[in-house]
Design a protein around this ligand. Sequence first.
Ligand SMILES: Cc1cc2nc3c(=O)[nH]c(=O)nc-3n(C[C@H](O)[C@H](O)[C@H](O)COP(=O)(O)O)c2cc1C
Length: 228
Amino acid sequence: MSKVYQIATIDSNNIPHVRSHVSRGILYPKGSPSLPILLTSTDIRTAKVTQMLSNSRVELAWWMEGSQEQFRVNGRAYIIPPPSHPFHTMQSFPPGSSLEKLTQRGADDSDYTTSEGGYDWEKKRREVFNAMSPGMKASWATPPPGTVLKSYDEANSWPSTLPRLEEADNDEDRKTLEYALGNFALVLIDPLEVDWVQLGIKPNRRTKFTRNESLGDGDEWTEEITIP
Ligand SMILES: Cc1cc2nc3c(=O)[nH]c(=O)nc-3n(C[C@H](O)[C@H](O)[C@H](O)COP(=O)(O)O)c2cc1C
């Protein structure tokens, strides 16, 4: 499976923006295998975060080279920032959304279950960060993304690697890790429509799935075959 998809957002001036993201997995609320939530990550200081907070509707395009399939997933994006970040209080999961279900019921993966039976987002955020390569971890310790540089050479003064959280053995690394983790956010996409194109079969096939959300366990996907 390809690890990279492109997520499109719309900013507050109705201008579209698209960028590549690495898939960091798919989460399912406990007992709901038909409610996948796509997980990726970002820097809380990037433009996409402000765009997602002002308009949570996004679309992502995921091309599977091997099987020649395209998935276009339209849904709502949510940001999981550090608990102390001001963005933390700016979003709530809509009643009936997969994210509300996951947050309340936890996931099938019990590693992230809180003592109340819900989902431990902060543990997940720290673990996704910790699993990044040393070079990737350091990318959250730069000055704010998008800042104009006078010279490319400035980048040589930034940290180039960071250890795992439990392996930091000096104050400088601990401080830099804390700063990096403070910029690290999870991005979740809760799908509402999926447009699936199969180019690996002849004739090509296109299927549209639409989700009807339900407060309880009655979420249903309807399926229609359409002309590619
Ligand atoms: C292959 C590839 C994978 C990427 N993965 C991510 C990612 O997972 N998260 C992320 O924030 N940016 C990722 N980026 C960088 C983004 O595409 C984008 O340049 C950056 O996040 C700034 O986007 P924004 O200004 O629209 O917020 C990736 C870029 C490439 C080329």
